[in-house]
Design a protein around this ligand. Structure first.
Ligand SMILES: Cc1cc2nc3c(=O)[nH]c(=O)nc-3n(C[C@H](O)[C@H](O)[C@H](O)COP(=O)(O)O)c2cc1C
Length: 491
């Protein structure tokens, strides 16, 4: 944004000119500095990438600032990007155990005979145990606060169903409570009562019958962040009426004005494990393809992991090994009932964004322990542990943590957080920063995100038969630069 002489004249004083300059320039300078920092960090961590094949090492190096995209590189050196994409496709064939041609045929993709181009990295398959996803895009778990005593309904069916029609390879159902008192709010989804299996089965059945997406469920317990209002009535604000008792690793309220949770005791732990077990069995019955245990964002299991919320002096507090003890018991319980051929994921907060909290190096150790306990993929988020956190937002701001865990632990990761363009996804997959990319808000904005990415990339993903006419339709949405809404600094 320019600050012209007229602005200075209008402002009159030097001080006002500096203030105007500051207001106009700070955001882009900070963005540039974040890019420089990401680049610097790459060089600090170069050893991490030594084992990459030269072509991927080169791609990772060139895109290290997270600002030079796959498409930018294509403009500069199409042959290099073509070589990169062929390499990614070949790796995906080996990893997924099926050919690109087979993966494309399964989606009804009909290539022209002469078309030998590799699929964009986003459109390569990925396997976790016996689950094969058709592409690398996932809809991140998003609470809808629209359930009745945990029972999901038409809103959830249409919400996830339309995003599955939209082409994402994986759709994650929202955080789903393992018990009534494990809900965040009275509107949160659950899988603990009669009727819940049937309600979920309807949704899962729709997705699998009509789309090529696969469906995961995120099991969780809200801990000290439970018994709160619907998000749009005040995030994390305690319920005034109809509140229920809350538990956490230690008796520390979320806000000063939040109720103080009871410290979870051994009997409470046993009861909670039994809830996770029941919910796992129900999730199997409902037909979910993947289960994810929510250990992030300050909820119950996360409250054990972070020293900011865990001040116990028993064997569940103190060292990281102790803080992991109860969450790992939950993983063992879920894994033992979850079918061997289906993958288990865990969502972690890789950093607490507050001094004394978990740091990325702790997350690496957590991921290592999770892997040893049968976790197949880590869903790498951050923060939301304490309300006074100081996160450093920015484009793909959590992706470096997914990259670090993937390389240092040797476990598959999902990157999430301010990933929004197909260029972001192609870049993350090609560089090997993560195996899957989850997007939350981008999918609220555009349920058909993946189909629109295919269109923009010239990838021949067909529309469902019901919408077949669109295969010969040219969208003209309008060209007005419609910038509205708050300036979120998401640069
Ligand atoms: C409406 C909404 C609901 C969310 N609910 C959940 C949830 O149930 N579980 C969870 O782990 N994260 C939840 N999140 C966080 C997202 O999954 C995601 O990590 C975050 O929005 C960052 O991704 P984005 O930049 O693509 O939006 C939610 C986010 C939004 C916007």
């Amino acid at each position: 944004a320019g600050v012209g002489p007229a602005d200075h004249a209008a402002a009159g004083t030097l001080a006002a000119a500096f203030a105007a300059y500051e207001a106009a320039r700070r955001r882009s300078v900070e963005s540039l500095q974040r890019a420089a920092q990401a680049s610097l960090q790459w060089f600090e961590d170069t050893e991490r990438y030594f084992r990459l094949e030269p072509v991927q090492f080169g791609f990772s190096l060139l895109t290290r600032s997270l600002r030079i995209s796959h498409e930018n590189l294509r403009e500069r050196d199409p042959a290099f990007v073509d070589r990169m994409d062929r390499w990614v496709a070949r790796q995906a064939e080996v990893q997924a155990g099926l050919t690109i041609a087979e993966n494309e045929a399964a989606q009804g993709i009909d290539r022209a005979a002469a078309d030998r181009s590799p699929p964009p990295p986003l459109f390569t398959p990925f396997r976790l145990r016996d689950l094969v996803l058709v592409n690398r895009v996932g809809v991140s778990a998003m609470c809808q606060y629209s359930a009745d005593d945990g029972t999901v309904d038409d809103w959830h069916l249409v919400n996830l169903g339309s995003r599955a029609i939209g082409g994402a390879g994986l759709v994650m159902a929202e955080m789903t409570a393992v018990g009534r008192e494990g809900r965040i709010s009275p509107g949160c989804a659950g899988i603990y009562a009669d009727g819940h299996v049937g309600a979920w089965r309807r949704l899962v059945g729709f997705v699998k019958r009509f789309t090529s997406a696969r469906v995961g469920i995120q099991l969780g317990h809200a801990g000290r962040k439970g018994s709160t209002r619907l998000d749009w009535e005040g995030p994390n604000e305690p319920l005034e009426e109809g509140a229920w008792p809350i538990v956490s690793a230690s008796p520390i309220g979320y806000f000063e004005h939040s109720p103080v949770p009871a410290e979870l005791d051994e009997a409470g732990m046993e009861a909670l494990i039994a809830e996770f077990e029941r919910s796992t069995e129900m999730a199997v019955e409902a037909g979910f393809d993947m289960v994810e245990i929510h250990m992030a964002h300050g909820y119950l299991l996360a409250s054990f992991l972070s020293p900011l919320t865990n001040q116990r002096s028993d064997r569940y507090g103190g060292t990281l090994e102790n803080r992991l003890r109860f969450p790992l018991r939950v993983v063992d319980a879920v894994r033992s009932l979850w079918p061997d051929d289906r993958p288990l994921s865990v969502r972690l907060s890789a950093v607490d964004w507050w001094p004394g909290g978990n740091e990325p190096a702790d997350a690496v150790e957590m991921a290592r322990a999770l892997k040893a306990h049968g976790c197949d993929i880590v869903d790498v988020s951050t923060g939301q542990t304490v309300p006074f956190q100081q996160p450093r937002y920015g484009r793909q701001f959590q992706t470096p943590f997914a990259d670090r865990i993937r390389h240092e632990v040797g476990i598959a990761t999902m990157a999430v957080g301010n990933i929004s363009s197909f260029e972001d996804v192609n870049g993350i997959i090609a560089a090997g920063r993560a195996d899957l990319c989850l997007m939350a808000r981008a999918h609220l904005w555009d349920p058909y995100w993946t189909r629109h990415a295919a269109y923009a990339l010239g990838y021949p993903l067909p529309w469902p038969s019901q919408y077949e006419t669109l295969d010969n339709y040219t969208p003209r949405f309008g060209s007005a630069a419609g910038a509205y809404g708050p300036d979120t600094g998401d640069e």
